[in-house]
Design a protein. Structure first.
Length: 216
């Protein structure tokens, strides 16, 4: 069976964390692939991942997290399902990939969102969507933002279409939640972009997704 799910993870300065993420993915899923985005200036630091089984590495200019997710998707548009990861998370639940597959296939037109349980938070985190979803929008992570609020964008679109918050027994992730000194500044910038997106761009995105569901 060919791989169906690509889990995308931009990573910088943390090859050991990326290795631990990969180990958890391999231990809990059968056929899922990890797609890493590595900045050009860190190719050597991530040398260990080139040619590894169930790993795809995309190298390019330093873009920031959200644009990096989209760059990996554009490099590998053939997968049926795409997921969002960070190098500071660990997959906990064996068989989570089959659960995601079943939920996505249940959505009308395969248009909807599956969100992992992440440290018990109610908000959408580390979402999974279908190839059709991304093709309609033209992106996995909203390109108006760089670091934060992108998951909230997907949560709003999921609320408007179909959204499954996975129970911990089916799909759980542990988030190490590393903090950075630049967090407040980055969040403020992305918050402004988020508010702007919530006007007309949000409405256009919802209408496009709902139209696809209606035609399915």
């Amino acid at each position: 069976m060919p791989p169906e799910i690509l889990v995308i993870c931009p990573t910088r300065d943390r090859p050991d964390d990326a290795e631990a993420l990969l180990d958890s993915l391999l231990a809990t899923s059968e056929n899922t692939v990890l797609g890493l985005y590595v900045d050009d200036d860190q190719r050597d630091l991530y040398q260990r991942f080139y040619g590894r089984e169930r790993v795809l590495v995309t190298c390019g200019p330093r873009l920031g997290p959200a644009p990096s997710y989209n760059a990996v998707w554009r490099s590998y548009p053939q997968f049926e399902i795409y997921g969002v990861a960070c190098d500071d998370i660990r997959f906990l639940t064996p068989g989570w990939d089959e659960y995601v597959h079943i939920m996505i296939e249940h959505f009308r037109g395969r248009i909807g969102v599956v969100s992992a349980d992440h440290n018990g938070h109610a908000s959408v985190g580390y979402p999974y969507v279908s190839r059709q979803w991304i093709e309609i929008l033209g992106w996995l992570m909203c390109p108006a933002m760089t670091h934060f609020t992108c998951d909230t964008v997907i949560e709003l679109l999921g609320d408007a279409t179909e959204l499954v918050r996975a129970p911990r027994s089916c799909f759980a992730i542990h988030d190490l939640a590393y903090a950075t000194a630049e967090r407040a500044e980055k969040l403020a910038k992305d918050a402004t972009a988020f508010v702007e997106w919530c006007t007309e761009p949000r409405r256009r995105a919802i209408h496009s997704l709902l139209d696809a569901r209606a035609e399915a």
